[in-house]
Design a protein around this ligand. Sequence first.
Ligand code: HEM
Length: 507
Amino acid sequence: MAREQIKLRFFRSWKCSITNTFRICYARYSTADTKKILSEIPGLTSLPIIGPLHHFLPIIGTIGPTGNFHQMVGLMHKKFGPVVKFEVFSRSTMVMLFEPEHFDKVFRAEETNPSRPGFETLDYYRSELRKNKFNGVYGLTTAQGAKWRDFRTKVNPALLMPKLIKLYTPLISEVVQDMVKRIDKLKADSDYIHSHFNEEITKFSLEAVALVGLGSRLGCLEDNLPNDHPSRQLMQSSKDILNLAFKLEFLPHPWKYIPTLTFKKIIKVFDLQWSISEKYIEEAKKRINERGYNVPEEEKSIIERLLAVDQTVAIMMANEMLLAGIDTVAFSIISILYHLAKNPEKQQKLREELNSTESKRSYLKACIKEALRIWAVIPGNLRRTTKEHHVGGYIIPVGVDVVAPNQYLSNLDKHYVRAKEFIPERWIVDKTDPLYYGNTHPMVTSPFGFGIRSCIGRRLAELEIELFIAQFIQHFEVSWDGPPIKVVTTVSNNFSKPFNFRFKSLS
Ligand code: HEM
C-alpha cells in the first residue's frame, strides 16, 4: 500500500473522531431533555490495540470466553439491557438495539438514504486499490448514497419483478433434477455425504445462480470436477472472503495502517474472484452478441436484461450474484432439510401437500420461513446512521452502526410461542390461534433485510429454494442420525461437518 494512502486513511479516521467529538458535545449541550449520549450507553468498551478482547477473557472478562456470536449477543443483552454498545478496533462504534420498536424507528428514519457498510476491505479494494479498473462503479454490496441508489434503480426490475423471475422455473428445475440424480448416486457413500454435503449443495446454488444470471451451465455437478476447475475456485473464493473479512474487520486488526499478510491474502482472493467471474461474464457477452438480442423474454438471462440498460452495471451485478448468491442459498437449503429431517411428521405433511393437486404450496412456503426464522443466513441487520436518532433514552449520533439482532430475538419465547421449536404452522394459522406469527412485531424476523435496501436476490433465492425442497422431499425421505448440526457464526452463519443426513429414495 502506498505511504500516501496510509497517511490519507489515518488523516480520515482522525478527522472522523474529531468530528464525532464535536457532535457528541453539541448533542450534550444542545438538547433540552435528559437523553444520554453515546459514551453513556453500557456495553463492551475497547482498549487500544486489543479492542474489546479483554471482555472475553476467562474469570476477569465481563462476558467470558465464548466463540459463538449468538451466545455472546444473549450474554450482552442479559448483562447490559436493551441498548448495548460494542466497539471493535477497526470499525465504527456499534449499538445493538434489542427492542424491535427501537430499531424499527431508526431503520425507517434511515430509509431516505439507507447506508449499510458492506465489507470495508472490498470497498477499499474497489474504490482505491483497483480504482482504475472499477472506475467509480462499486456494486450494491459496497456503494452508498447516490451511487447505490442509481445502481439499485437500474437492477431492481430485472431481479425483483416476480413475473420475470418466475420465467426461470424450468431452468432451475433442470439443475434441481441433476442434483437429485447426483445425491441418488452419492448417498451410497455415506462418508462422503457426512463430510462434503455442504460442498454439494453449494455446487447446486452456484450452478443455478450462474444459469439464471449468465445463461449457461458451469458444469459444477459433473462427476470428478477437477480441483482447479474455475467453479471450485469461485466457491472457495466466496468462503475465503467471508472468513478473511471477519478476521480483518470484526477482530482487532491493523489493516487500515499496515498491509498485513491476512490483508494481502484477501486482496489476492478479491483479484481471483473478479478474474474468474470476468471470464464467465465475457463468455456470456460473446454468446449474446453472436445470438443477437431479439429472443423471447423467457430465454434471456439476467445479464442479458441488464446489458440492455447499462454495460458496467450489468458486469458488476453479475459479479455480485456469483459472490452473494452462493453460500446464502446453500445455507438456507441445508437448514430447511435439517429441520424437516428432525421433524418427520412435518416432512410427511409437506410431502402430502407436494403430492396433492394444491397449487398454492403454502406449507412449503411456511417451512422455508420457519427455518429462516430459527437460523437466518445473516444473524442481524445493520444500518450506519446518516442522521441523529433518539431511542431508548439515548442520543445516537451520525456514523454509528445500529444493529438489529434479529436471529437472537426470533428465538426468544417473548416474541414467538415455543420459539425454539420448528413449527411451520405458525405462518399459516389464523389470528385466533396463539401461534399466529402476526402477534409478533414484524421487524423481529427479517432474513432478507429491510426496506429499499433489502436483499436484491430475494425472489431468485426463494424460487431456487422452493424448487429444490419440493423436488427433494418428493424424491427422498430425509433423516438425521446423531448429535445436532453445528452452526458457526462469523459475518454469516455456516454449518460445519459432520452432516449426518440419510436419504432414502421414495421412487
Ligand atoms: C436465502 C438466501 C439469501 C438471504 C437470506 C439473503 C440475505 C440478505 C440480507 C439480510 C441482505 C442485507 C439487506 C439489508 O441490509 O436490508 C442482503 C443483501 C444483498 N443480497 Fe442477499 N440473501 C440471499 C440470497 C441472495 C442472492 C441469491 C443474491 C444474488 C442474486 C443476493 C444478493 C444480495 C445483494 C447484491 C445484496 C446487497 C443489496 C443492497 O445493498 O442493495 N442475495 N441479502
